[in-house]
Write a protein that binds this ligand. Structure first.
Ligand code: CA
Ligand code: CA
Ligand code: CA
Length: 249
């Protein structure tokens, strides 16, 4: 009897181990994919593209949602610039793929609302163009174009957690190309005056010679702001001398 009992308890132990292993396997199969998915999914980002603009002109910048793993049913976002004295928001458009749209512009703040009535953006959609923002260059400088999200819902009505990526906009004067040269002039040291007349990215004597030779050209005289170093309202020989002095600093 003792031998039989020992055999029964051995068989029970083996079963217990097998059941334990089976449960562990089921647990691994159920849990691991979820952990992998959690690590694989990145946070969707709403991003505004960077740009460069001539003062007085406008530029349209794209507003893009990187991904909508569970679809997109609608959004409500606000866009503004970090400094309205350098560049400000003037208009906005929503991607016409959205069925209901609402655009409100108030001072330097643009509000965009869209609803995906046509079910264009379903599970797994990526690189969704929400709309565009129009920005006007006011003065020289750099601003960020910032987004805040009031609401962004997936196809089940749940809020989509996102991060925002601001666009960087460089607002600058018009840089003409001096006659006989291939590249536009450049403001190499970012002081507001263009010293690199041949646009080769560095200061050299040809830059000074070009300013002297083409002093009366429309390319120079029509762009006083970037050449008039003595601030007397015209580009004159004294500006050539001051440009030369600046080169020696
Ligand atoms: Ca300069
Ligand atoms: Ca140069
Ligand atoms: Ca001058």
């Amino acid at each position: 009897m003792g031998t039989v009992n020992r055999e029964i308890s051995t068989i029970s132990a083996i079963w217990a181990v097998m059941v334990g292993l089976a449960l562990a396997l089921v647990l691994v199969l159920l849990v691991v994919p979820k952990i992998e998915r959690a690590f694989a999914q990145s946070t969707p980002t709403i991003e505004i593209s960077n740009g460069s603009i001539v003062i007085g002109d406008t530029i349209d910048l794209d507003i893009v949602l990187s991904e909508a793993p569970d679809g997109l049913s609608g959004f409500n976002i606000d866009i503004t610039t970090s400094d309205a004295s350098i560049a400000r928001v003037t208009q906005g458009n929503i991607n016409p793929a959205f069925g209901i749209v609402n655009v409100v512009i108030e001072s330097n703040l643009l509000s965009l609302q869209g609803v995906d009535l046509g079910r264009e953006f379903e599970l797994g959609a990526i690189d969704i163009l929400l709309g565009t923002v129009e920005v006007l260059g006011i003065s020289r400088g750099e601003v960020s174009i910032d987004i805040s999200t009031s609401s962004l819902d997936d196809d089940l009505g749940f809020s989509i957690s996102t991060s925002s990526s601001s666009g960087i906009l460089d607002s600058h004067p018009f840089y003409p190309t001096i006659p006989t040269q291939l590249n536009p002039v450049q403001d190499n040291n970012d002081d507001g005056f263009a010293e690199d007349l041949n646009g080769n990215g560095r200061l050299d004597f040809q830059d000074i010679v070009l300013l002297f030779v083409y002093l009366d050209s429309p390319e120079v005289q029509d762009n006083i702001g970037i050449f008039d170093r003595n601030l007397n309202g015209i580009v004159d020989f004294n500006d050539v001398i001051l440009a030369f002095d600046a080169m020696l600093v």
